[in-house]
Design a protein around this ligand. Structure first.
Ligand code: SF4
Length: 287
């Protein structure tokens, strides 16, 4: 088998989706689909949820070890791989030690409730065994928007879960969806999201502007006139309000979807002025 064929043999789909800061990290597919699968805007989770058996993981790890023998970090692939119980995650880390002994750090996607289901002792143990970063879609800090989009979490739960990660030194990278409240709740979305983010310590805030996918409930709501979709410029103005109100420190702020064609990126708080200036410049082009 060629190197390319070996890679293809260990992933279910041709394309694998890694967060921006994990693009070069080796990935082991530990699960498929999302255990929640109910957010009305999401078309990301298409597969039926399942956790792969250990036999498959052992087989895939042997191949990954051939392809990436020097790697020191591993991403556990799956829409919310952290939903696995702590024992299972530790078992997979143990298996990784056998085949990829240089791996010392692990990262994966998580939902907020996946964190809350684990005890402080379990989180500390996972951190001690190398779980270093979780990538989490929190989307909004507004409880009414979270509820309307069926996210299945509240802003208080987000703050509780992330504070517990702070206590065990697990880094977290958060995704926010500007535009998720629609035009009516745009201001609420920006202000409440800033309020929530200011109470936690994300390494990174990644804004991914709302895209209405045809196969989602939210798309149908918009078609029926029950969701007032915003224009890209309106969404950028909302994001400006969010950024203006952020007081987070030691955090990279980025948006790879600005006006559907630009990326902005800068460390907060130092680059806040420059980021706001870049947004103002891009908005001036829209007039
Ligand atoms: S938790 Fe994430 S992957 Fe799952 S349905 Fe919601 S947005 Fe999609």
């Amino acid at each position: 088998m060629t190197r390319e064929e070996l890679y293809q043999s260990i992933y279910t789909h041709d394309t694998i989706y890694l967060p921006p800061h994990e693009q070069t990290t080796a990935a082991l597919e530990v699960s498929l689909g999302c255990s929640w699968h109910r957010c009305t805007f999401c078309d990301f989770a298409k597969d039926m949820f399942r956790i792969h058996p250990m036999e498959r993981l052992e087989h895939d790890l042997k191949i990954l070890a051939e392809l990436r023998p020097e790697d020191t970090r591993l991403f556990f692939l799956g829409e919310n791989a952290f939903c696995m119980d702590a024992g299972r995650i530790l078992e997979i880390i143990g298996l990784t030690h056998r085949y990829m002994p240089k791996v010392r750090e692990y990262a994966m996607y998580s939902r907020i409730d996946d964190i809350l289901r684990k005890t402080d002792q379990e989180l500390a143990r996972l951190a001690g065994e190398g779980v270093q970063a979780l990538h989490i879609g929190v989307e909004s800090g507004s409880d009414s928007i979270l509820e309307a989009r069926n996210k299945g979490i509240t802003s208080a739960q987000v703050i509780e879960a992330l504070t517990r990660l702070d206590q065990v030194d697990i880094d977290y990278y958060l995704t926010i969806i500007p535009g998720l409240g629609g035009r009516t709740f745009s201001r609420l979305h920006a202000i409440e999201t800033a309020r929530m983010l200011n109470q936690v310590h994300p390494r990174n805030i990644w804004c991914l502007k709302l895209k209405l996918w045809e196969d989602t409930i939210l798309y149908k709501e918009a078609q029926a006139g029950n969701f007032d979709e915003m224009t890209p410029a309106e969404i950028l103005r909302e994001e400006r309000l969010l950024l203006e109100n952020l007081t987070v420190t030691d955090c990279l702020f980025e948006d790879t979807t600005v006006l559907d064609q630009f990326t902005i990126q800068g460390a907060l708080p130092g680059k806040k002025g420059e980021l706001l200036g870049a947004i103002d410049y891009l908005l001036s082009l829209e007039r």
